[in-house]
Ligand binder design. Sequence first.
Ligand code: HEM
Ligand code: HEM
Length: 160
Amino acid sequence: MPIAATYDRVARLLHWTVAVLILVQFATGWSWGFFERGTDSRFYLFRLHLFSGYAVLGLVVLRIVWRLTHPAPPLPTGMPRWQHILAHATHGVLYLAILIQPILGAVTTTAFGKGLGIGRIHVALAYGIAALVVVHIGAALWHHFVRRDGLILRMLPARR
Ligand code: HEM
Ligand code: HEM
């Protein structure tokens, strides 16, 4: 059963750009530790983490502004109320988490942030975001392969 309404072009572009950058954040954040201090690999992975993290911050602000001014298409009909609530809650918490996470990361790099131990919160939140993303991707796959309601197509490039 195809769904007529889709996310607009900008929403889709922002979703996938941010999704890729979040994966870059996990890949860099969880790999630079394998390299000795002072090595080029460690340095570049860390620089990439900071650069891509700031890009996430800018794009998420843009995304939230876009979302508030361009409503999402309604969820498929026939989904129980608890699933509506769960979907909206997951999306809302994801937006909030990926907005706060780069700010925590940036504060961590300052003496002020180090004094407060903000790094620990940044590390903990990274695990929280990873868990949410797993749930999110699981839900998308469930819609596609079990419920077969065409939901993923709303977020994929438009096809005629
Ligand atoms: C959404 C954006 C971000 C995500 C998902 C993210 C994720 C991560 C992850 C997975 C780690 C490794 C945690 C571990 O050791 O287990 C990490 C560490 C770190 N990140 Fe980020 N990060 C983001 C943005 C940033 C930004 C913008 C900065 C700095 C400008 C930053 C600075 C750091 C620093 C300094 C650490 C080391 C923290 C410590 O071990 O005390 N991060 N981040
Ligand atoms: C392979 C990875 C991913 C897949 C397959 C995927 C799939 C989707 C799909 C199909 C939707 C539309 C849901 C609907 O029609 O109601 C969606 C929405 C959303 N996704 Fe993803 N996603 C992925 C990665 C991510 C990542 C990494 C993030 C951020 C951390 C993210 C954040 C969001 C948010 C916040 C929404 C809600 C959009 C809105 O209604 O404002 N997604 N995703």
